[in-house]
Design a protein around this ligand. Structure first.
Ligand code: ADP
Ligand code: MG
Length: 253
């Protein structure tokens, strides 16, 4: 049995009179990639930011690695990695300098080149953040979440706006992070991504969880309910065509 690392019970969040999160409960298991899916405005970022201690909840209980969010938020901060808003990076510093800056803020010893190697950016070590492509910026921001060697990493739509190669590259990176035993919580709009990456997903709609299971189980349940695709599915899709024509490898960007 896998251990529960995050437990959320009856979580509610109101913005004024508007209830964005309407009493949701779920557990995240240690070492899994847990996906929060749902349309825009469903409450994914709100839920994530509450778990990250960055936003106040209205009510409910959140326990992170045995620590109560209400009582020990500062201890929780130490064991989580949060993807920063990209605007938070000093544009004039190079990647090594930025990592050293963050390491100093976290009071952590890091191996900056090792970290850049993990996210495949060693050749950009001396480049400034503003000189990176979209995919490289995303990879770098994920690298910064790992500086404090967190037990849990939170990623809010890390692949939005990336091309298919950059997205796949990021999937590999996220799987590598999980392989090291780190728990990953990710939000995404891409169903193929959730299917590829996530051990389990919660589908959020209008502030409520409407399904929670592994992607496989959800698909099997739908099929068992008598669902049929309106037309015969081809054994490849347009993205497969695109990747097969343009190659899987990352571009110089
Ligand atoms: P998602 O990330 O799933 O798109 P959000 O958690 O960002 O959803 O937002 C959920 C709902 O709460 C949306 O209707 C959004 O407009 C609203 N909301 C988010 N942040 C605020 C805020 N600071 N003030 C008021 N309403 C907000
Ligand atoms: Mg969001």
């Amino acid at each position: 049995m896998k251990k529960t690392i995050i437990s959320v019970k009856n979580l509610k969040k109101k913005y004024g009179i508007f209830e964005a999160v309407k009493g949701i409960s779920f557990d995240v298991l240690e070492g899994e990639i847990f996906g929060l899916l749902g349309p825009n405005g469903a409450g994914k970022s709100t839920t994530l930011e509450i778990m990250e201690t960055l936003r106040q909840k209205t009510s409910g209980e959140v326990i992170v690695d045995g620590m109560d969010l209400d009582k020990e938020p500062n201890k929780i901060k130490k064991i989580i990695g949060v993807q920063l808003q990209t605007s938070g990076f000093y544009p004039g510093l190079n990647l090594l300098e930025l990592i050293e800056l963050f390491a100093g803020l976290y009071n952590q010893q890091v191996d900056p080149m090792g970290l850049l190697e993990l996210v495949n950016l060693t050749d950009k070590a001396k480049s400034k953040y503003k000189q990176l492509s979209g995919g490289q910026k995303q990879r770098f921001s994920i690298a910064t979440t790992l500086i404090n060697q967190p037990k849990i990493v939170f990623l809010d739509e890390p692949t939005t706006g990336l091309d298919p190669q950059a997205r796949r590259n990021l999937w590999d990176l996220i799987k590598d992070i999980r392989k090291k035993g780190t728990t990953v919580i990710i939000t995404t709009h891409y169903m193929d991504e959730a299917e590829q990456l996530c051990d389990r997903i919660a589908i959020l709609d209008e502030g409520k969880i409407i399904a929670l299971a592994s992607p496989d189980k959800m698909i099997d349940d739908l099929v068992a309910s008598g669902f049929e695709k309106p037309k015969l599915v081809k054994s490849a899709n347009l993205e497969d065509v695109f990747i097969s024509l343009t190659g899987k490898e990352m571009r110089a960007e």
